[in-house]
Write a protein that binds this ligand. Structure first.
Ligand SMILES: [Zn+2]
Length: 153
């Protein structure tokens, strides 16, 4: 049974990869690495749609006032007033700075999710869901490694 499941996954995995490759290629042209000091893990998340392991971000416990910026290009993305503890293991926000992100529909892992990218440099940051607690009703689920926190003075 397990073998069969693995086989099905393998076949579908390859198919979706083949379908996604041309899209990925087109998409990649709009992305640019600005920060040459990004770690391999940061590059994997930001430019290969990776995801950091849950509950690993040091920003989860960040409660100071300040602003969150793109770790690649430095663009302003979130204000600390929008941050909340969603319990998911990733830094979460109820709203982003207007115009900070572009979104696209992501069908990976058999789910339909809204993926968002830095509007300035194209780096992938996370997914936005419609179950947020604020008046926007949104939950921006952001990889902590993609963010730089700047505490207000
Ligand atoms: Zn950026």
């Amino acid at each position: 049974m397990n073998f069969l499941r693995r086989k099905i996954f393998k076949i579908f995995g390859y198919y979706s990869l083949a379908l996604l490759l041309p899209i990925k290629f087109l998409y990649a042209s709009s992305k640019k690495i600005v920060n040459r000091n990004l770690s391999e893990e940061q590059k994997e998340i930001m430019f290969n749609e990776g995801t950091e392991r849950a509950f690993t971000s040091s920003l989860l416990s960040e409660k100071r006032k300040g602003t969150y910026h793109c770790a690649n290009c430095g663009a302003l993305l979130f204000d600390s007033t929008a941050k909340y503890d969603s319990g998911t293991g990733w830094p979460s926000f109820t709203e982003a700075v207007p115009g900070a992100f572009n979104t696209k529909v992501d069908y990976s892992f058999g789910m339909k999710r809204i993926e968002y990218h830095c509007a300035n440099c194209g780096a992938h940051h996370g997914h936005v869901f419609a179950d947020g607690p604020g008046k926007t009703g949104k939950r921006f689920c952001n990889n902590g490694l993609c963010l730089i926190f700047k505490p207000s003075q």
